[in-house]
Every structure is written in structure tokens, then in C-alpha cells.
Design a protein around this ligand. Structure first.
Ligand SMILES: C=Cc1c2[nH]c(c1C)Cc1[nH]c(c(CCC(=O)O)c1C)Cc1[nH]c(c(C)c1CCC(=O)O)Cc1[nH]c(c(C)c1C=C)C2
Length: 620
């Protein structure tokens, strides 16, 4: 019996849905939630950094021991590992920075980078690499750098464990990952990498909770018979066979400029089940967002284009697989290993070919701390932290940018600036980009839990997601999903055990003006784990963080809004202000690094250099 049969068309479609969008792209779709639990929690305190985030951690052995937080590895509020390492300027293993270009005769130019998160640090990195005579000032309103990358060690009995409050892993084998891998090599961080194998449980097993149990998603390596059995017997796949008729449905009318993911899937698959049950879960796991608001054109670009180009999504998917098979055959005939060519041989890319995801030995924060450490050794780079930018204006006299901060009302002048702060925040600093003012981002409460028992999970895998179709009574906590961290990444903790992260809120908390506090969040997470996984033991360590407005939502009309913002940046700033970051061209970490690189390459190329949003113009 063959164990690796070619993938079924439906499975191919699902995998496409699981791809990180390579989004390029105002009408806000009507909020069609059948339920919107407007619970009121008491207001949380403001976090100390510019990002509105708040954390508390305690162990069940010693919750009240506040003095624990004196240790940098245990400090809760904003002192992530990455930040802590960076602020002490550690000598990273093999820390080195190789130049991309040498001996440049470039005139000295002053650049401002707004935001000290991963996009800001990457932008500064590329500016120093590509334009060696650039003087770079990084503005960060918080006191620490690294943005949403928040890795933190917590002491537990007999050892320490790593908790991630933001992104935890990166995908290595996507076009967007190339820039990140190149940057990792450039920073000399290769030896710090931790890879999760494609053969691991985490790579093979991803679950959706529906209606009252975990259902394994069909994926590579699964045999066709068990896939068919799952699709036939699990209520999760209701509507899958009707979905086959997609092939026979007419493509959309040219008048539809964009629509919500729910509307797109409903139209193509003849009912809401696939969207509400499967796709809504996946969108919870990437955007913590609502498929009735998120843009199909922006986030499902490939499928969106298939509909028009091939007449149906299924036909497009078939054609795509055919092209892939032809390409693989050609590569085989040329004697090259799968997916590689002579340029990638021996590189990190080759090393990554067996990996499903990767991170660093001391957490994802090592990337930002590595960048920060490298930038701090560069005399051309200046950091301005703990000071809020209050205005960004076009400086007509010098054809540049002038920036004011809370502590300095005398404008600082720059030749150009790269804004990596959220689109909405930027629109509040200038009257020239009104199109970004309606951008919205969701808030997620992230609850990390550690149990010393390594065998309490009923299944091994990456974790599970919870679709919108789970009734409120069964998910009053508004849980989005649970990551099985101890399976997803191995090698970061010094003691065995089970580590999970429960994510709460997202779009379910849209419109809330107060959120659960840390104790409530911890209690809610434990209730979720009991209801879904029957975990009834107390965790040995808990770490709760409220990540305010952490994931921008690319809602219907995102492309049009980005095109308008592009024009506004040209008109209002003569292309001297560029934008990059998760508000625009993808919410993933890889997307952010790639956006930073593209913006800097645009500047290097000369001319206007673009705005960072020119892809939306070409894309239409
Ligand atoms: C349950 C909530 C969330 C989980 N992760 C995130 C949320 C809101 C955030 C997130 N996850 C991904 C991204 C994109 C990052 C990138 O690619 O660099 C973000 C911002 C990746 C991702 N996670 C899942 C999928 C299908 C993807 C797309 C890329 C990929 O295939 O890796 C699934 C997933 N996320 C979570 C769980 C529990 C889960 C699946 C079981 C947690």
C-alpha cells in the first residue's frame, strides 16, 4: 500500500489556504457575526514600552515572589530575552557582519527609521549594508527594541524554560524567507538556529477542534485512504463534496473588485461550511481575524487569480501542480536535488530543506537582539529610544523629512525616512496619508503554560485551532487556538515537560475597551485546556501577556487602500517617506524582513525609490 499517494485536490486546496499570503494588496464588509461576546473586563494597565503590551509571570510554586523579577531572565514587563541581550551588547556566537557592498563613493545621507521592531532593525541593517555612508537614526517610543519578538526565560524547578509571547517559529522554504536566511548568515547567527524537521509530529500533525474533539488536518505523508476516511466521517468536512462542484461554477463578474474570504468561499463552494469550519480556523491561526472581514483578494491571492485565469480554483490548482511536477522533473533530469539549484547549494537554504520551521536556541528574540547588537557596533547608527515621535512632515526646503519627538520639538532633518510603525500610528503623525487611518489591528492575549509532566497532551503535533463555528457556550473564553510548544520546537528548555500556549481574543475582542487581566487570562486558558484536552493538573509556570493591536487586519479593500496610500506618500512626501512592516505586505516575520530589504533596495536604486507600496500599483 503506497503511503505517500499524490495529494487529493481538496487537500491541495487546503494546503493553499495554509500558505502565508504573499499579499500585495474600502469598503468594510458588514460585520456579520452571529455572536459577538461583548464581555467587559476591567481595564489593564499600560505597558512600559511603546507597544501596548503587558505581561505577568509567576510560578505556581512561588507566585508572590516579586523579587524573582529582579533576575533579567525573569523580568516580566517588556524585558524579553532579546531585549535584555541586546541592551547588554552581548558578543553573539560568531557575531559578524559581512558587507554587501564595499568601497562605496556614496555621499553621506541621513536616514530616519521609525520603529525599533524587527522591520525597523532590518531596515537599519540593510541601510548600513547597502549604503555604507548612510547615517541612520532609529526612533523607538518604547525603552526596548525588538517589537513583537518577545522571548523570555522563566525559572522552574531544576531548570529554566523559554516562553514566547510573539511569533515563535519561521517558515524556511518560502520566497519571503530568502531575505531572513540571508540576514541570519550575514549576522553570523547560523549556529544559533534550531530546526524542526519535516518528519516531526509538529510538522505532520495540525489539528482543528470540531465539534468537540481534535481532527487532524490532511497533509503530506498521510495515506489517501485515511484522508478519504477523515473527510467522509468527520463533520468538520461537511460541504467538502459539494465543494467539488466548484469546477462547474462560473467565475466571478469583473465588477467584484474584492470580497471577504467568507463571501468568496461561499460563492465558489456553494455554502458556508468550508469557510466557517476549516478556513476560519486557519485564519485564526495566522491573523486572529474574521473571515467575514478579511480580504480574499489580499490573503487568497493565488486562489483569487485562479478563478479568473483558469475558470475555477480547482482547475487552477491542478494546473499549478502540473507545473510543479514538470519543474521537478526538469530539476531531476538536470541532476539537481529537489527545490535547489546551483546557486543555493551549500547555503542555509539547502540546510533548511529538511525543516518545516525554524527558530533560535534562545528563542526568536535572538534575531532582533543579533540585529541590535550588530547595529550598536556601527558608529553610523544612532538609537533614540523612549521618546515618542510626534510628527513627520515633508521638508520642502531640503526635499527631505523633518521629525519631531515628545522631548524635542525642534525638527530633526533627514534626507529620507522609513516608517515601520503601524499604518494607523503613522497616519496620526501626519495629515498626508489619510488612507491608513482606517487600518485596524486585533489584540491577542497570549498565555504560556508549562507542566513538568512531559506526557499530558492527548495528541502530539503543532497544536490546534478553533473555528468560528464552535458555539459561544463551548468557547466563552474566545480561544483562537493552542500551540503545543514542546512539540513545535525542541531544544530550548533545560528541563523536560509539556509547554503550551493558548491564544485568546483576536477579532472576537474587536470593540472591547477592556480586556481580561492576567489572572483571568490564566484561568481562562486553563479552562480551555481542560475542556478540550482534559488537562486538569495545575501548571508549574504561567506567563500571560496582552499583545495590544498586534496583528493588522487586511480587510476587504486592503489593496485599494494601499494604492491610495502609495499615491498620498508620493504627493505628500515626494517619495522621501517610505513604509514597511506588517501593516502592508504581509504579517509574517519573513514578510517584514523582505519588505525592509525591498524598501532599502528601492532607495539604493535611486530615482524616487518608491514608497514601499508600489507593488500594489503594479499588481492590479
Ligand atoms: C491561534 C492563534 C495563532 C497562532 N499563531 C498565530 C496566531 C494568531 C500568529 C501567526 N501564525 C502564523 C503567522 C504568520 C507568520 C509567518 O509565516 O511568518 C502568524 C502571524 C503562521 C501560521 N500558523 C499556522 C499557519 C497555518 C500559519 C501559516 C504558515 C505556516 O503554515 O506555518 C497555524 C497555527 N497557528 C497557531 C496554531 C495553534 C496553528 C495550527 C495548529 C497559533
Amino acid at each position: 500500500m503506497p503511503s505517500q499517494l499524490p495529494e487529493h485536490a481538496v487537500v491541495s486546496l487546503l494546503r493553499l489556504c495554509f500558505q502565508t499570503p504573499r499579499c500585495q494588496a474600502r469598503k468594510l464588509c458588514r460585520h456579520t457575526l452571529s455572536r459577538s461576546p461583548k464581555r467587559s473586563f476591567h481595564r489593564v494597565k499600560q505597558g512600559p514600552s511603546g507597544l501596548e503590551s503587558q505581561q505577568i509571570c509567576y510560578t505556581t510554586q512561588d507566585r508572590a515572589a516579586d523579587e524573582r523579577y529582579a533576575s533579567p531572565y525573569r523580568t516580566c514587563s517588556g524585558s524579553s530575552l532579546g531585549n535584555q541581550r541586546g541592551s547588554q551588547l552581548p558578543v553573539l556566537a560568531k557575531q559578524q557582519t559581512r558587507s554587501y557592498s564595499k568601497g562605496s563613493q556614496e555621499p553621506e545621507r541621513r536616514f530616519a527609521v521609525l520603529g525599533g521592531g524587527i522591520t525597523g532593525l532590518s531596515s537599519a541593517h540593510y541601510l548600513t549594508q547597502e549604503l555604507p555612508n548612510a547615517k541612520v537614526t532609529i526612533y523607538e517610543s518604547g525603552v526596548t527594541l525588538g517589537g513583537w519578538l518577545k522571548s523570555k526565560y522563566v525559572d522552574v524547578k531544576n531548570g529554566r524554560i523559554l516562553f514566547e509571547q510573539g511569533p515563535r517559529t519561521l517558515r524556511p522554504n518560502t520566497p519571503a524567507s530568502l531575505a531572513t536566511l540571508e540576514m541570519i548568515e550575514n549576522l553570523g547567527l547560523e549556529e544559533e538556529l534550531l530546526l524542526t524537521s519535516k518528519n516531526s509530529d509538529a510538522a505532520k500533525n495540525r489539528f482543528i477542534y470540531y465539534p468537540d474533539h481534535l481532527v487532524k488536518m490532511p497533509g503530506p505523508g498521510q495515506d489517501l485512504y485515511s484522508m478519504i476516511w477523515t473527510v467522509l466521517t468527520e463533520p468538520l468536512f461537511k460541504g467538502a463534496f459539494r465543494a467539488m462542484l466548484e469546477l462547474t461554477r462560473d467565475p466571478r463578474s469583473r465588477n467584484i473588485e474584492d470580497e471577504s474570504i467568507a463571501s468568496f468561499l461561499n460563492r465558489r463552494f456553494g455554502g458556508p461550511e468550508i469557510g466557517d469550519n476549516i478556513v476560519s480556523a486557519v485564519m485564526h491561526g495566522i491573523y486572529a481575524g474574521d473571515i467575514y472581514q478579511l480580504s480574499a483578494k489580499s490573503l487568497f491571492r493565488t486562489l483569487w487569480d485562479f478563478e479568473v485565469k483558469h475558470g475555477s480554483i480547482m482547475e487552477g490548482t491542478g494546473a499549478m501542480w502540473n507545473d510543479k511536477l514538470i519543474k521537478a522533473k526538469k530539476e531531476r533530469e538536470a541532476g539537481l536535488p529537489k527545490g535547489l539549484n546551483s546557486e543555493t547549494e551549500g547555503s542555509l537554504q539547502e540546510m533548511m530543506k529538511g525543516a518545516s520551521v525554524f527558530t533560535f536556541k534562545e528563542g526568536i528574540g535572538q534575531l532582533s537582539s543579533g540585529l541590535e547588537a550588530s547595529l550598536r557596533t556601527n558608529p553610523n547608527v544612532e538609537f533614540k529610544t523612549g521618546d515618542k515621535v510626534t510628527s513627520v512632515e515633508y521638508d520642502a526646503e531640503n526635499d527631505g523629512i523633518s521629525i519631531k519627538t515628545a522631548s524635542n520639538q525642534t525638527p530633526e532633518k533627514y534626507n529620507q525616512a522609513i516608517s515601520t510603525i503601524s499604518g494607523k500610528t503613522l497616519s496620526n503623525l501626519t495629515s498626508s496619508v489619510p488612507s491608513l487611518s482606517s487600518m485596524h489591528a486585533v489584540t491577542v492575549m497570549v498565555v504560556n503554560l508549562y507542566y513538568s509532566d512531559p506526557n499530558i497532551l492527548p495528541e502530539r503535533g503543532f497544536g490546534y485551532l478553533i473555528p468560528r463555528s464552535i458555539p459561544f457556550e463551548q468557547n466563552p473564553e474566545c480561544a483562537l487556538g493552542v500551540v503545543f510548544d514542546s512539540d513545535a520546537v525542541q531544544g530550548q528548555d533545560t528541563v523536560p515537560g509539556t509547554k503550551v500556549t493558548v491564544m485568546l481574543g483576536g477579532h472576537w475582542w474587536d470593540g472591547f475597551d477592556a480586556y481580561p487581566d492576567e489572572e483571568e487570562g490564566a484561568a481562562m486558558a486553563k479552562t480551555v485546556l481542560y475542556r478540550h484536552l482534559k488537562i486538569d493538573v495545575e501548571p508549574d509556570a504561567v506567563n500571560v501577556g496582552l499583545q495590544k493591536e498586534c496583528i493588522p487586519q487586511y480587510v476587504v479593500g486592503h489593496e485599494r487602500r494601499m494604492r491610495a496610500a502609495h499615491m498620498e506618500l508620493i504627493q505628500g512626501f515626494q517619495e522621501k517617506l517610505k513604509v514597511a512592516g506588517n501593516s502592508y505586505t504581509g504579517v509574517g516575520l519573513n514578510d517584514c524582513v523582505m519588505a525592509a530589504k525591498n524598501v532599502v533596495l528601492g532607495i539604493k536604486k535611486g530615482g524616487g525609490g518608491g514608497t514601499g507600496l508600489e507593488g500594489f500599483v503594479r499588481n492590479d
